[in-house]
Ligand binder design. Structure first.
Ligand SMILES: *Cc1c(COP(=O)(O)O)cnc(C)c1O
Length: 310
């Protein structure tokens, strides 16, 4: 490529027509999805991987020719349709308009959230969102939060905080910490054990408390396990507010009360990735009220938040 050509193709990356054309095409697809015009189609694309790959190449060709609307419609057809009336909400929700626009705006402005000077207004937005989340979940005033790229990273962050706190920051400073036991159930999310592996807590130190057939933790089982723990042995209890497989909720309030009575020093983490969006249900008032007594909470608004009940 000669220099003139290269400069031209680089300038093309910031072509305003492409930006506006692309966004309009996304808007057109959104309009169709929001109005359920495709409710005769299937929820998941009926094509196999090979056919989808061919479509992908076709979409690329259309994009190169500036046919944004056709290309984006094609990509939309290859996606699981969260807006379809037959979609049973397998965890992920149909995003509201403000979320989609917010995503586009965040991409356009691309602020660096590491330091305030790189993202002045956006840092304040982040503060507001976290304050809002804290209030919705009913967390204690002194809770601080961080947005992460999903529930797995939230659980990793929570276990990291637990490890640092319980080892008096020795884990962080010296890379050494006392043996730490993580109690959860067979139904807790796999990211919990993975986080324990990544953090050097060790997957072998993740112990399962028995539960009922839906995966709800037995409070008696928890009491027994905590009683058996030596006094000096630090531990983390991971409770699940809505497990991934069945949606069942651990008896959070009872488990917290029992854990605090037997071992007030254990770190209690609530994985509310799946069920956190149900904070508005009066039947779960007691469950959410117990979050105040916990040390950390994960929440995935990209799941049950915005669930659409028809
Ligand atoms: C989905 C889920 C996670 C992981 O969330 P990602 O956003 O997929 O990383 C963690 N815990 C529970 C209970 C979940 O359902």
């Amino acid at each position: 490529m000669d220099n003139g050509n290269r400069q031209q193709s680089i300038a093309q990356l910031w072509n305003p027509d492409e930006l506006v054309g692309g966004l309009e095409a996304v808007g057109a697809l959104g309009q169709r999805l929001y109005s359920n015009a495709d409710d005769t189609g299937s929820v998941a694309p009926s094509l196999d991987g090979k056919a989808l790959k061919q479509r992908l190449h076709e979409a690329k060709r259309l994009l190169r020719n500036g046919r944004y609307e056709d290309a984006i419609a094609l990509l939309g057809e290859g996606a699981v349709n969260l807006y379809h009336p037959g979609y049973m909400s397998q965890q992920l929700c149909a995003p509201a308009a403000a979320s989609v626009v917010g995503d586009a705006l965040a991409s356009l402005l691309n602020q660096g959230h590491a330091v305030f000077s790189m993202s002045p207004t956006h840092s304040l937005v982040e503060d507001e969102v976290l304050a809002w989340a804290k209030q919705r979940l009913g967390l204690a005033e002194d809770f601080v939060g961080i947005p992460t790229g999903g529930g797995s990273l939230s659980n990793l962050s929570a276990l990291l905080a637990a490890r640092n706190f319980l080892s008096n920051w020795r884990g962080w400073r010296d890379g050494a910490w006392p043996k730490l036991t993580v109690f959860s159930t067979a139904f807790s999310h796999y990211s919990v054990a993975r986080a324990a592996g990544m953090l050097g807590i060790g997957v072998e130190n993740c112990l399962e408390i028995e539960g009922d057939r839906y995966g709800r933790m037995s409070v008696e089982g928890l009491a027994k396990s905590l009683t058996r723990l030596r006094d000096s042995e630090p531990a983390v209890v991971v409770l699940t507010l809505g497990n991934t497989a069945t949606g069942a909720i651990d008896p959070i309030a009872d488990a917290v009360a029992v854990a605090r009575r037997i071992r007030p020093d254990v770190w209690i983490h609530v994985d509310a990735a799946h069920g956190g969006g149900l904070f508005h249900l009066s039947s779960l008032h007691e469950t959410f009220a117990a979050l105040k007594e916990c040390d950390s909470v994960s929440w995935n608004p990209h799941k049950l938040f915005f669930s659409r009940f028809r």
